[in-house]
Write a protein that binds this ligand. Structure first.
Ligand code: SAM
Ligand code: SF4
Length: 329
């Protein structure tokens, strides 16, 4: 098992399959985009599957979430999902996506073995979408969401990040939209992970503010906290339930004590936290012919070095060098 020195056990592996993206969300990337990772540095499909197999068969990983960048831009994604679904013990397989292209890919991904999906949707206004994501693609995202539900990916979860002065008036509208369609909405507090280092604590829309905006229009009651486990979202029943809304207070209500995650970047670096300032290189030994035992040992060492928390609220906090899009959110 992948244990750390604070007794936490990592069972959830987040795999970034690309750092590229077709949107430029203001809380994530600068308008001009980023220098993408050079192709030779990216793990091949076979290398990715080999590392995931090692994690599942030798290290106690039970859940694989594919992310990015935008994971649907990875050409081999359906094949990777299919190969991971054939592993035994079979892990739970999920995907976080901006939804563009999902109208075409939801069916094939489902057929390949994808179990669950999270689609990011921050606004219902085409004009605000252009302002926030700097591309006119809201219609594609909405089509992707509908296709995910139609393909039987259940429940469809929706992730929303609110930015002050941009889409912070949309909390209730987004919830109503999701309730009407049977999607499960979760708001995520904006974190200091953008490539351009534009995050400002004072500008961040807090979990408390989101709750206040929602309680004006809905009756929210805290869901059973015992059922939360390691889930980062605090869950609330809406108007008595059974529908729920989640709020992920990454900054103001950190949940690091219950963290069960570890991350693999598209270029084969292992990270024990989104905010880690160190990485363990798996690609070099993998390409040099390392066996499973040697790779597993690197994995264990990485987890042993995991800090108790992300430190965002510490005076000396330093943002990691890698932006969210290259780590895998
Ligand atoms: N491109 C895909 C997407 O947008 O869903 C997957 C990668 S994205 C980095 C994963 C999630 O991280 C998205 O829900 C996105 O809204 C969220 N995210 C990105 N930057 C963030 C930030 N600075 N703070 C909080 N969440 C962020
Ligand atoms: Fe792309 Fe996702 Fe980042 Fe938006 S949040 S720019 S969709 S990686």
């Amino acid at each position: 098992m992948l244990t750390d020195s604070f007794g936490r056990i990592a069972t959830d592996l987040r795999v970034s399959v690309t750092d590229r993206c077709n949107l430029r969300c203001a809380y994530c990337m600068p308008a001009e985009g980023l220098d993408w990772l050079p192709k030779p540095e990216l793990l091949t499909d076979a290398e990715l599957v080999r590392l995931i197999e090692l994690a599942v068969t030798r290290l106690g990983i039970t859940e694989i979430r594919f992310t990015g960048g935008e994971p649907l831009l990875r050409r081999g994604l359906v094949g990777i999902v299919r190969a991971v679904a054939e592993l035994r013990p079979r892990p739970e397989i999920s995907l976080t996506t901006n939804g563009i292209g999902l109208d075409r890919l939801a069916g094939p991904l489902r057929a390949a073995g994808l179990d669950r999906i999270n689609v990011s949707l921050d606004t219902l206004s085409p004009a605000v979408f252009v302002q926030l994501a700097r591309r006119d693609r809201l219609a594609d995202v909405l089509a992707g969401l509908a296709a995910a539900a139609a393909a039987g990916l259940s429940p469809v979860k929706v992730n929303a990040v609110l930015m002050r002065g941009v889409n912070d008036q949309e909390a209730a509208g987004l919830l109503r939209f999701c309730l009407d369609r049977g999607y499960q909405l979760r708001f995520i507090e904006q974190m200091p992970l953008d490539a351009q280092h534009g995050w400002r604590r004072a500008e961040m829309v807090t979990a408390d503010e989101i709750l206040a905006a929602l309680t004006g229009q809905f009756e929210l009651t805290p869901d059973d906290p015992a059922g939360r486990g390691s889930a980062p979202a605090e869950s609330f029943l809406v108007n008595g339930g059974p529908e729920r809304v989640g709020i992920i207070g990454s900054v103001t209500r950190p949940f690091c004590g219950a963290c069960d995650r570890v991350r693999l970047t598209a270029d084969g670096q292992l990270r024990n936290c989104l905010f880690a300032r160190a990485e363990n290189d798996l690609r070099t030994p993998l390409r040099a012919g390392a066996g499973d035992a040697e790779l597993a040992e690197i994995w264990r060492r990485c987890l042993q070095a995991k800090l108790p928390g992300h430190g965002i609220n510490d005076p000396g906090f330093l943002q990691p060098a890698r932006p969210m899009s290259a780590i895998g959110g």
